[in-house]
Design a protein around this ligand. Structure first.
Ligand code: HEM
Ligand code: MG
Length: 332
């Protein structure tokens, strides 16, 4: 039976997280790393299993403990990813590519592709990973990081902050529209693209910083996380739990609707059919009824039971009581 989501920790202030119990270790052959610099780092420090295969409960606890992500966002990110990329029967998900260590796959059309799988959770216009169309959507991409750095110098005096994030997010979308004929940023990806752009400014900055230094990420620290999956020396996590709310501020600076290129480069058409960051409940409904249902059209037995339980955990993570819960596999 899939265990319930872990609660928030009792202490949620800053603390040393690069501590003697969590030394950085290089990857061993076969260890999985993927498109999320947060989870990669947590795995390389042993907050997650170092091989990169974890349960939803482990992901939530690690995100809270190691990087002070708030409980709601940790649950939202975890259950959405788990439903899209994980093995619902064995309760395991790879933070990188597909792996036989998550166990026997449920029947086609289930993918269980791990977090590097393109088009389920992972999507285009990431900051430090290329679009899948260009070949590698999972490993660190030096050229994209150079843009991250250039924008931080241009708009942030050498630091990445929410002002830089708003400009870079908009720029990367325009760049993908102009260069990736298959560019897509539909409903759920609209939210994650804006959300993830805020995380470096909120969760990669040392929690001891105060005043005007708060929310300012220096480039050495950025490179340490994005490229080396490594906490800086003496790294302290954020001084308060962090959520996804600043995503709305980025969107307000340069409003962009969800959509995709429909006929090659520069053919972007807005498409609200899968919801958006703003149309949050519609996004939830479409993700469940279209995307997840598409992967699991006819589940039976333990698979069906676990899908229903995890869908419930996902719905509960919305914490928006005006979103109406949907039950693609029945209520009971
Ligand atoms: C990106 C999953 C927690 C920071 C991603 C992506 C996935 C993912 C699948 C790839 C999306 C894409 O860019 O195409 C998760 C899950 C988490 C989690 C399941 C569980 C709680 C965290 C935490 C941080 C973080 C705690 C802390 C800062 C980021 C950033 C990106 C990202 C900055 C964007 C990377 C880029 O654009 O190059 N995450 N994540 N994540 N995640 Fe996480
Ligand atoms: Mg991506």
């Amino acid at each position: 039976y899939p265990p319930p989501p872990p609660p928030p920790p009792s202490y949620t202030g800053t603390k040393l997280v690069h501590d003697p119990d969590h030394p950085w270790q290089p990857q061993k052959p076969g260890d999985l790393r993927g498109p999320c610099p947060g989870l990669n780092t947590l795995a390389s420090h042993g907050y997650l299993p170092r091989d990169g295969v974890a349960t939803p409960e482990q992901l939530i606890i690690a995100a809270q403990e190691g990087l002070n992500m708030n409980n709601r966002l940790a649950r939202f990110a975890t259950y959405s990813t788990f439903l899209l990329d994980g093995n619902i029967v064995t309760n395991l998900v790879s933070i990188g590519g597909k792996s036989n260590r998550t166990g026997v796959d449920p029947p086609f059309p289930a993918i269980v592709g791990g977090m590097s799988n393109h088009g389920t959770f992972e999507g285009d216009t990431s900051m430090t990973r290329a679009d899948a169309y260009f070949g590698d959507n999972s490993n660190f991409d030096q050229e994209r990081f150079n843009q991250f750095r250039n924008f931080s110098y241009h708009y942030g005096d050498g630091y990445y902050n929410l002002t830089v994030a708003a400009e870079l997010r908009y720029h990367l979308i325009q760049q993908s529209i102009a260069t990736n004929p298959e560019f897509s940023m539909m409903g759920f990806r609209h939210l994650t693209a804006y959300g993830e752009a805020t995380f470096p400014a909120t969760m990669f900055v040392d929690g001891r910083t105060t005043g005007s230094e708060e929310g300012q990420l220096d480039m050495d620290t950025a490179e340490s996380f994005f490229k080396h999956s490594r906490f800086p020396v003496m790294f302290h996590r954020s001084n308060k739990p962090r959520g996804i709310e600043p995503a709305l501020d980025l969107l307000a600076v340069h409003p962009m609707l969800p959509g995709r290129n429909v006929a090659g480069v520069n053919s972007f058409v807005a498409d609200l059919s899968m919801g958006s960051t703003i149309e949050y409940c519609n996004m939830y409904t479409q993700l469940v009824n279209e995307t997840i249902r598409g992967l699991y059209p006819n589940p039976t037995g333990v698979l069906k039971r676990n899908l229903k339980i995890n869908l419930r955990y996902f719905y509960q993570s919305l914490e928006y009581d005006y979103c109406i819960e949907v039950f693609p596999y029945g209520m009971h």
